[in-house]
Write a protein that binds this ligand. Structure first.
Ligand SMILES: C[S@@+](CC[C@H](N)C(=O)[O-])C[C@H]1O[C@@H](n2cnc3c(N)ncnc32)[C@H](O)[C@@H]1O
Length: 294
């Protein structure tokens, strides 16, 4: 499946990258948004591209030859320190296109997708917590809480109970086995067939394993160290938990007079984009500009 950057024109409209500016793409992925930003900032500009998945750089080696691009394989939660370590100034713009990429669903081999039979890892980086560890060692109560809170799954209790039952028979090692357990835990006609019954549980485990909400909150809390006065941030989220964090934080910055919202209403994909790229249907874009940064 070709990679189509989500809400590309809308992101460019929020960020308005200008010739010679310094931009950060904290979720580089396939570099779809980065490519457009690079075009706009031109040869005099600079782009710091970050991705926790080291394969992002391997998949996009053409970007590494560009002398205006600095690629860092790291968790964006450390962005403030990355700037310091690399001796980089505060940026004119920051983009975060949250979650996973279509590449990771299709060829990461890490079990992000319930449609592929892969080892149950679900971690963007290497060597950290894995979904396998979570489903095979956490208590039923803790599993239920993760699936309920991070997947907004109403059958979390039943799913957790079945995970614990099934792991007694044999450890749960693959995405297919987990998806099968989840599908058998929910009633027929789940969500009226709109989504696979495994969707919410897989989302919950991915968010938990990678600490996605904590990472996002860390960057939001550090925006004053990351963006200069007049610097813009655009954040695309794909589920309500993330969007709520971004919305509340941006409102708080506005209330305290530190930033202005760049869109009063959340920006969503047009009908044409939603048809061409189903992933864009759940995307929500919010932007702010920093007014005061002392
Ligand atoms: C939706 S994709 C970005 C797609 C990109 N905008 C494009 O157009 O190609 C999200 C990317 O963010 C990365 N990512 C997720 N969490 C991260 C984190 N905490 N730190 C750094 N990268 C992260 C993922 O590995 C994935 O490649």
């Amino acid at each position: 499946m070709p990679h189509i950057p989500v809400l590309l024109n809308e992101v460019m409209e929020i960020l308005k990258p200008q010739k010679g500016e310094f931009f950060i793409d904290a979720t580089f992925g396939r570099g779809g948004h980065s490519e457009k930003i690079l075009e706009a900032i031109g040869k005099e500009g600079m782009l710091l591209a970050i991705d926790w998945d080291k394969k992002a750089a391997e998949r996009n080696s053409r970007f590494l030859e560009n002398e205006n691009v600095i690629f860092v394989n790291a968790n964006y939660a450390g962005l403030k320190d990355i700037l310091k370590k690399k001796n980089l100034p505060k940026a004119d713009g920051l983009l975060m296109d949250l979650g996973f990429s279509s590449d990771q669903l299709e060829d990461s081999g890490k079990g992000f997708s319930f449609r592929r039979n892969e080892p149950l890892l679900m971690s963007y980086g290497e060597g950290g917590l894995t979904a396998r560890e979570v489903v095979n060692s956490y208590s039923e109560e803790k599993l239920a809480r993760i699936i309920r809170d991070m997947g907004e799954e109403k059958f979390a209790g039943r799913i957790a109970r079945n995970i614990v039952e099934q792991r007694k028979i044999a450890p749960i090692e693959t995405s297919f086995r987990l998806a099968d357990i989840v599908r058998k835990s929910v009633p027929n006609g789940y969500e009226r067939g709109r989504i696979d019954p495994a969707t919410r549980t897989f989302q919950a485990l991915r968010i938990y394993v990678n600490g996605e909400l904590e990472n996002l909150k860390t960057v939001l809390g550090d925006l004053g160290f990351i963006l200069k006065e007049g610097g813009r941030a655009a954040i695309i989220s794909f589920h309500s938990l993330e969007d709520r964090v971004v919305k509340n934080y941006f409102r708080e910055l506005k209330r305290s007079g530190i930033a202005e919202l760049l869109n009063k209403k959340v920006i969503m994909a047009s009908r044409e984009e939603a048809v061409a790229n189903p992933r864009s249907r759940s995307a929500k874009l919010r932007g702010i500009v920093i007014k005061i940064n002392k």
